[in-house]
Design a binder for this molecule. Structure first.
Ligand code: MG
Length: 203
């Protein structure tokens, strides 16, 4: 399986990182070894002087698809979860300055803590899923899927033009504003519609 991630999909987050709004989705990958499940702790690696949290809704792909049309795209995922796109921001900034790929800044081991999934059919409205992240009990990121620049359907259609989607693949759909660094001792908890689906202690 593979983990695909969308960047720059919420306007306020684009502003906070001084980027411009893209005309097409920006995406990248993380290896499967980046996934951290079962609420296990995240250990800050020795190269991670500026690891940032980014809370994101995550799509679980349920069938193989290539060149998926937007009007059929929603049938290609069956569940939505929440995860953290952990980013070594200092390394990413250096990569960007040099025009190099971001893989090392986004794809290191355990850079994708992943919570429980909710079946799509159990959600009130997939185009208005409210989610938030608490750090040490304080809300630091909060948004709705209605605020995304590129919808779930846009993302699936766009990615599948280039890369075949397969059952079990995951798509991180971008982070809203409020990203920031983690430090040892922090506790991150992520919620969809008020239900806690992910807990991760930073060690
Ligand atoms: Mg992200």
């Amino acid at each position: 399986m593979k983990v695909l991630c969308i960047g720059r999909n919420y306007r306020e987050h684009i502003s906070e990182l001084n980027h411009t709004v893209p005309s097409e989705p920006v995406f990248f990958m993380k290896p499967d070894t980046s996934i951290l499940t079962r609420n296990r702790p995240f250990f800050i690696p020795d190269y991670g002087s500026a690891i940032h949290y980014e809370v994101e809704l995550v799509l679980r792909i349920c069938k193989v698809g290539k060149n998926i049309q937007k009007r059929f795209a929603s049938s290609y995922f069956d569940a939505i979860g929440i995860g953290l796109d952990l980013t070594a921001r200092d390394i990413q900034t250096k990569c960007k300055e040099k025009g190099l790929p971001w893989l090392v800044a986004k794809g290191f081991d355990n850079a994708a803590p992943l919570g429980k999934f909710i079946e799509k059919s159990a959600l009130r409205d997939i185009h208005d899923i409210r989610f938030h992240l608490e750090m040490n009990g304080i809300t630091v990121q909060k948004a709705s899927s209605s605020e995304m620049i590129f919808s779930f359907e846009d993302i699936i259609s766009y990615i599948s033009k280039y890369i075949t989607l397969k059952t079990g693949d995951l798509i991180f759909t971008g982070t809203p504003s409020g990203v920031g660094p983690v430090k040892i001792g922090d506790r991150l908890e992520a919620f969809i519609e008020g239900e806690k689906l992910l807990g991760c202690s930073v060690k």
